[in-house]
Design a protein around this ligand. Structure first.
Ligand code: AMP
Length: 294
């Protein structure tokens, strides 16, 4: 593979993230050297035009990946699980997580965090991705919650930042094909493309059992549950329209892999998606379950 560069952007308002600024947006790409100027421009425009507001801090970082170990991956299979509203979407997402062997109590705890509530009766409910209380007055996290599937404990060293999955992208040669595959199901948009890339990396990090996500973008109600064997299961409704509450939970099993190693791989191991998994239409929960156990 030719020499590649990782370009990462993060934007905040009210100062830099490390100085308490509110996270507005983040994105990243892996590209060959000749594409750097155009990607810098794209990421800058994107930071400036986010629905969550105009940032006053933008950091764009360019780093050579020369000498790095770069792993190749196939993107997760994509399905859509139909749901009428976010209540049904959350109920289905919960059932899918339970298929991964995650205890319903731990699943429920994950939902509390993404809703922006405190989880009662715990000593580690101090920081949720969307702040305090159901109306959510706090700040969104830049990264994901890392939750122990055995105890429900949060394992991020810095709970206000979370763990950021980083250093992943599609190989440029497969992008036209990706557009075509997603187009067929009306899924060819930035949200889905980027989330599928991130979810593919996360699902392939050993020790990660599953991921739950919905966006903090007020206009985007869809979200997903993903896991290596289940694929990327998109749910059109996981939150109310207009809500600014969103986030990600990486459910991990620290009994299998040490959390420090999981974090290191999530943040630093470089993956390029060089092949595409199939994109399917709608699947019901029962069909998904049957496909897993046949
Ligand atoms: P988005 O899907 O971009 O709207 O992001 C929704 C939420 O997911 C953000 O508020 C973060 O909490 C989390 N998030 C976004 N990007 C990442 C990432 N690269 N790694 C981990 N968590 C992320």
């Amino acid at each position: 593979m030719q020499n590649l560069y990782s370009i990462r952007m993060r934007a905040a308002r009210g100062g830099a993230h490390e100085d308490g600024g509110q996270h507005i947006s983040g994105a990243e790409r892996i590209v060959p050297e000749d594409k750097i100027p155009v990607i810098l421009q794209q990421l800058y425009s994107r930071a400036r035009k986010h629905e969550l507001g105009r940032p006053d801090f933008i950091n764009i970082n360019v780093e050579s990946l020369s000498g790095w170990d770069i792993k190749e991956l196939t993107s997760l299979m994509v399905y859509t699980m139909g749901c009428r509203d976010y209540q049904e979407g959350r109920r289905l997402a919960g059932k899918v997580l339970e298929l991964k062997g995650i205890n319903p109590r731990i699943v429920e705890k994950g939902f509390y965090y993404l809703r922006g509530d405190h989880f009662p009766g715990t000593d580690h409910s101090v920081t949720s991705p969307t702040g305090t209380g159901p109306t959510g007055t706090g700040k969104n996290m830049r990264g994901a919650i890392l939750m122990d599937i055995n105890t429900g404990r949060r394992l991020e060293p810095d709970q206000s930042r979370g763990i950021r999955a980083s250093r992943m992208d599609y190989h440029p040669e497969i992008v036209p094909n990706l557009y075509e595959l997603l187009d067929e199901f009306g899924l060819n948009n930035n949200h889905v493309r980027e989330a599928l890339c991130l979810a593919t990396k996360v699902a392939n990090v050993s020790g990660v059992v599953a991921e739950l996500c919905w966006s903090d973008d007020p206009g985007y109600t869809a979200g997903y549950v993903a896991a290596a064997d289940l694929g990327y299961i998109r749910l059109p409704h996981l939150k109310e329209k207009g809500s600014r509450h969103g986030g990600r939970i990486f459910f991990i099993d620290p009994g299998r892999v040490k959390p420090e190693d999981i974090i290191k791989n999530l943040e630093q191991k470089t993956y390029i998606i060089t092949a595409l998994g199939p994109v399917h239409g709608e699947i019901t929960f029962e069909e998904l379950k049957r496909s897993l156990f046949k």
